[in-house]
Write a protein that binds this ligand. Structure first.
Ligand code: GLU
Length: 460
């Protein structure tokens, strides 16, 4: 059986690193599982909530996924598929499994409170199911339109006498799961205005598209119990389910699409590498260390859904900074070539320049400052007294070209012999004269990049 997965965001905001978790878990499961044939990845926009869904968010989600390296095989929008949901709702009505309800939200709330006051679970009592045809007609005559509930299969003969009805599945992440359908209210599938809530369209799409594996956040565990019942009522095969833990802030608060701060686009604009973000999104909240992976292939080899913890995963921005720096220190010159060109690093220098500076960059953008120092010259430092004399002597001893990785050693040995200076007294004035700052890349690597012509311009 070939794998078909889907990532199903609602386009109501920009996706953040928490939303990226299901996207990546699904992508890696379909595409990057060692020794597994590649499967298909569907991007499905859950946009039946027309008031909050926006096309520009859908486009932004598509772009953000592409930047991370997720390229869907197919993109679908639920708003294009309403006829399918209408047909499914009709099928359920025909089986007596979707019934009209006329209660107002206030009325339902009052009933809930009464049940809770009596120490009973606040489960919907199916009062609307008991309405006679005349009573329903009376509501309709008053212009009250129904919302529609799915009749959960949690009873033997009378729907008003529910009994424990366990739904089981072997969760890819959490292992064996059980939901008791008698503990749940019949879910509303269709609103008064005829629009669909998430529950039914999701099942119809998963069923009709032959989705084999549904990997999503553990806020959907209870939904899964309900949805399994709907899959069965509609004669669809139930996919394999996996529910991963959710990402929260360090304080344990949920991440919100509206907060924007941790959106993938903000992180991109702040100069984080896609693989630093992807590595953290996937490896946080699981057993095993969080290390930056250089590619989605390498990340796929590391991920093991059964090792994902069942408690929340906490997002620490400092961790992203650490991963990004570690990743940057290992990036190849090829991977950053376009960005180095933006910093006016000549293409023929890119390799040597990047190898010299990458260890000093937490973000690739940090290289811009080193490019400025190397190619435009350091900020002017005024030397005086012994240091000035030392530097003037030192610069008379510059080795002849060609320069290579050994030039710095040859030069400083000659300077040491001529001046008697050593250690910091020898190296620091040279570093300051060459770069204008008292810290930075190994000069053995940087000096050949600065090159002879630019070095002599630095003679104080
Ligand atoms: N639109 C739903 C969500 O974002 C999808 C859940 C699912 O994957 O089924 O939570």
């Amino acid at each position: 059986m070939s794998v078909i997965v889907r990532f199903a965001p609602s386009p109501t905001g920009y996706i953040h690193i928490g939303n990226l978790r299901p996207a990546l878990f699904n992508w890696l499961f379909a595409k990057e599982r060692p020794a597994a044939a590649p499967g298909r990845f569907v991007l499905r926009f859950d946009d039946t909530d027309t008031a909050r869904s926006r096309r520009e968010y859908a486009d932004a989600i598509f772009d953000d996924l592409a930047w991370i390296g997720i390229h869907p095989d197919e993109v679908v929008r639920q708003s294009d598929r309403l006829a399918l949901y209408d047909a499914a709702a009709e099928k359920l009505r025909g089986k007596g499994l979707l019934y009209p309800c006329y209660e107002t939200a206030d009325e339902l709330e009052r009933r809930r409170k009464r049940l809770m006051a009596r120490g009973l679970p606040p489960v919907y009592g199916r009062e609307a199911l008991a309405l006679t045809a005349e009573e329903r007609a009376a509501f309709e005559a008053r212009g009250i339109r129904p919302h529609w509930r799915f009749l959960l299969p949690n009873f033997a003969s009378s729907p008003f006498e529910t009994q424990r009805t366990e739904v089981h599945w072997d969760d890819l992440v959490r292992g064996p799961q059980t939901v008791d359908l008698a503990s749940l209210s019949d879910p509303v599938l269709v609103r008064e205005d005829g629009s669909y809530l998430y529950t039914l369209p999701s099942v119809v799409d998963d069923g009709a598209m032959g989705i084999t594996h549904v990997i999503r956040g553990d806020d959907h565990v209870t939904n899964s119990g309900v949805q399994i019942a709907i899959f069965e009522a509609l004669d669809y095969a139930v996919p394999t389910l996996g529910h991963h833990n959710l990402l929260t802030t360090v304080d344990g608060e949920g991440l919100s699409k509206r907060s924007g701060a941790l959106s993938i686009r903000t992180l991109r604009d702040e100069g984080y590498e896609p693989m630093a973000i992807a590595s953290l999104a996937v490896l946080v909240g699981a057993s095993g260390s969080i290390e930056p992976m250089q590619s989605l292939g390498a990340l796929g080899a590391r991920v093991d859904l059964s090792q994902v913890s069942s408690s929340n995963a906490k997002f620490d921005p400092a961790e992203l900074g650490r991963l990004n720096a570690e990743l940057t220190h290992e990036l190849s010159a090829e991977a950053v070539a376009a960005r180095l060109a933006e910093f006016d690093v000549p293409p023929q220098d890119a390799e040597a320049f990047w190898m010299a500076v990458r260890g000093n960059c937490s973000k690739v953008a940090d290289a811009a400052e080193w490019a400025r120092i190397v190619y435009r010259g350091p900020s002017q430092i005024v030397f005086s007294g012994e240091d000035l004399e030392f530097l003037r002597t030192a610069f008379t001893l510059l080795p002849a070209e060609p320069w290579d990785g050994d030039t710095w050693r040859v030069w400083t040995n000659a300077v040491k012999a001529a001046t008697g200076r050593k250690g910091r007294g020898l190296f620091m004035p040279l570093r300051l004269a060459l770069t204008g700052v008292d810290h930075g890349p190994e000069l053995a690597a940087l000096l050949p990049v600065i090159g002879h012509a630019r070095t002599v311009q630095r003679i104080p």
